[in-house]
Write a protein that binds this ligand. Structure first.
Ligand SMILES: NC(=O)c1ccc[n+]([C@@H]2O[C@H](COP(=O)([O-])OP(=O)(O)OC[C@H]3O[C@@H](n4cnc5c(N)ncnc54)[C@H](OP(=O)(O)O)[C@@H]3O)[C@@H](O)[C@H]2O)c1
Length: 321
């Protein structure tokens, strides 16, 4: 481990993105307060095995986003906070607007209020390109950048509650920072894939798993914005550590058409049940140039795909072939 003498809090530590962030922080020598809703749940047991000595440097706190006191207890004594937890929709089940939007927004404000009280130096809030992309008025030929926000009314009209929750929560977070002087940086990852550290499959990993095993014949040849989970963790640490980092950062490495994604997977793993027909749809573009200007780099898409497939095979979610 390297020797950073800092204590930081990570909310929702047991989740997909947060587990990689906690691993990175521990490997750099940070002491981590990780919040989980149930410390006894075996689904969080991987956290104590992330790096050698995890049990010395990682302390788990029971906390729910809707319970201010539980967040305050976890954040007190820290120098910085990574707010990662959010309600994520479970697959295709219908989701209640109130549950998703209120929990995300109230939870973010609870975290920020606790940060002010604990005199936190900087908070990195994990938002999403869901807070960027749902904007029918953005010119189609122009890459979406940090100036592009999802249209709240459009999200409501189309019942995209997760998109709405991320948009409102991120706006509130940045506004809270302007109002109070707390340093708030937001990072907006696109679809996150790559190896899983946790034992249960998270929502975004299903995007690749479905391509490998669903056997759907026709899919839209949409452009997918993709980022590797390990690079999301790097982006979060970078925007925490770099004093010049400010405001909002889109975090997306690859823009790849569905057909090309399938072909890349098929060239390494020819025997999965891939779609064969593609329906043409309009192209969209997104830019992570601002993040790259503070030093963010990413590996090749091929490496991300191979590491993802190996991880799904090891977890027994797809068969080996
Ligand atoms: N994966 C992606 O493609 C992607 C893309 C862009 C942005 N993001 C953002 O990245 C963050 C992490 O997502 P993920 O993909 O890692 O999903 P995940 O594995 O489902 O993690 C979500 C975490 O939030 C916690 N959580 C949910 N509701 C909570 C509540 N009421 N109180 C406290 N904790 C709560 C969950 O805790 P439990 O384990 O107790 O349920 C879990 O640890 C989220 O902010 C998400 O919006 C993800």
């Amino acid at each position: 481990m390297e020797g950073v003498e800092e204590r930081v809090c990570v909310t929702g530590a047991g989740g997909y993105v947060a587990s990689w962030l906690v691993k990175l922080l521990l490997s750099k020598g940070y002491t981590v307060h990780g919040t989980v809703r149930n410390p006894e749940d075996p689904k969080n047991s991987h956290l104590m095995k992330l790096v050698e000595g995890s049990d010395q440097k990682l302390q788990l706190f029971q906390a729910d986003l809707t319970n201010y006191d539980s967040l305050h207890a976890a954040i007190t004594g820290c120098n910085g906070v990574f707010h990662v937890a959010t309600p994520v929709p479970p697959g295709s089940e219908p989701i209640l607007e109130v549950e998703l939007v209120d929990t995300a927004v109230i939870g973010t404000l609870n975290v920020l209020k606790a940060c002010s009280e604990a005199k936190i130096k900087r908070v990195v809030v994990v938002s999403s390109t869901a807070a960027v992309e749902m904007n029918p008025n953005w010119p189609k030929d122009q890459a979406m950048d940090e100036a592009c926000w999802s249209d709240e009314e459009y999200c409501r009209k189309t019942k995209n509650w997760y998109f709405l929750s991320k948009t409102v929560a991120e706006k509130e977070a940045l506004e809270y920072g302007r109002r109070t002087g707390l340093e708030v940086v937001t990072v907006c990852p696109s679809i996150v894939v790559g190896p899983m550290l946790q034992s249960t499959v998270n929502g975004s990993s299903w995007v690749l798993i479905k391509i490998l095993k669903d056997g759907v014949d026709r899919v839209e040849n949409k452009v997918r914005f993709i980022v590797d989970v390990r690079e999301v963790a790097e982006a979060l640490l970078l925007t925490y550590e770099k004093p010049e980092a400010e405001g909002r950062y889109i975090c997306s490495s690859y823009m790849v058409r569905m057909r090309d994604l399938v072909e890349k997977l098929r060239s390494v793993y020819p025997n999965y049940n891939y779609p064969n027909n593609f329906i043409e749809v309009d192209e969209e573009k997104i830019s992570s140039e601002k993040l790259q200007r503070v030093g963010w780099k990413f590996r090749s898409l091929e490496e991300t795909l191979v590491d993802s497939v190996k991880s799904y095979q090891e977890a027994g979610v797809i068969h080996r072939c």
